[in-house]
Design a protein around this ligand. Structure first.
Ligand code: PGA
Length: 261
């Protein structure tokens, strides 16, 4: 973590919780954050519920002024038209969606999403005023055979579709660490996030490289978040399983308390 960049703790709910559960969860999460003196000027919190929850989430966040940003888990690269089942970025921005995850390894694997498509989705999100959270990460086999190369190639190809001057977040999520309980070590996360920042410097210049937040994701829990956040190039976390539990997610958001102890 670097004080220039505001940490972002992002909860990716994946295909969990319907809109009623989302309402109850967000209400309880906000109480829990309040009870632990959460300060939104120090750390930013975002949750990424399924599409069908977004309207409910928007309503409760707006009506109760909750200090929680809303994100979506996917977006179409097209603006409108005959694309059955797809969701346009403009629909998301009209629900006050601030972020959208693009290129998650589950979408790359189950929906055959390519870097070029991920780049086009990022560009579509940006056009609608939504910040893409661009996920990159290598499988175990790719790590063994190619070291740190794959996430850097993914980033390069995605950014080829993203206009200069755009603001985005990057999430480094090693595929082998997602949902496995086997998180990367803090040193492994730092190593890759630092390579990612160098690649950004090469592609977009120093200003973008030093302003862009790079998150780590993959089996983040309350007992390992502090170590990740102590790394100079890790600016937050993309949290899956542990974001579905109020207490656990609150502790992750309040990782500073862990650092102070
Ligand atoms: P996990 O998922 O925290 O359950 O490993 C992370 C993610 O897929 O974003």
């Amino acid at each position: 973590m670097n004080t220039q960049r505001k940490p972002l703790i992002a909860g990716n709910w994946k295909m969990n919780y319907d809109h009623l559960q989302a309402l109850a969860f967000l209400q309880k999460l906000s109480w829990s954050l309040k009870n632990t003196a959460y300060d939104s000027s120090v750390t930013e919190v975002a949750v990424f519920p399924p599409f069908t929850d977004l309207r409910s989430a928007q309503t409760i966040v707006a009506s109760e002024k909750l200090p929680i940003k809303i994100g979506a888990q996917d977006v179409s690269h097209e603006q409108s038209g005959a694309y059955t089942g797809d969701i346009a970025a403009a629909f998301l921005s009209s629900l006050d969606v601030s972020y959208v995850i693009v290129g998650h390894s589950e979408r790359r694997e189950y929906h055959a999403e390519t870097d070029s498509l991920v780049g086009k989705k990022s560009a579509a999100a940006l056009t609608a005023g939504i910040t893409p959270v661009i996920c990159v990460g290598e499988s175990l086999q790719q790590r063994e055979e190619q070291g740190t190369v794959v996430p850097l190639v993914q980033l390069t190809e995605v950014l080829a579709e993203v206009p200069e001057g755009a603001e985005f977040v990057i999430a480094y999520e090693p595929v082998w660490a997602i949902g496995s309980g086997q998180a990367a070590t803090a040193a492994q996360a730092q190593e890759m996030c630092s390579h990612i920042r160098s690649k950004l410097r090469e592609l977009r210049g120093e200003e973008v490289a030093s302003a862009t937040r790079i998150l780590y994701g993959g089996s983040v829990k309350s007992d390992n978040i502090a170590e990740f956040m102590q790394q100079p190039d890790v600016d937050g976390a993309l949290v899956g399983g542990a974001s579905l539990k109020i207490d656990e997610f609150t502790k992750i958001v309040q990782y500073q308390t862990g650092l102070a102890e």
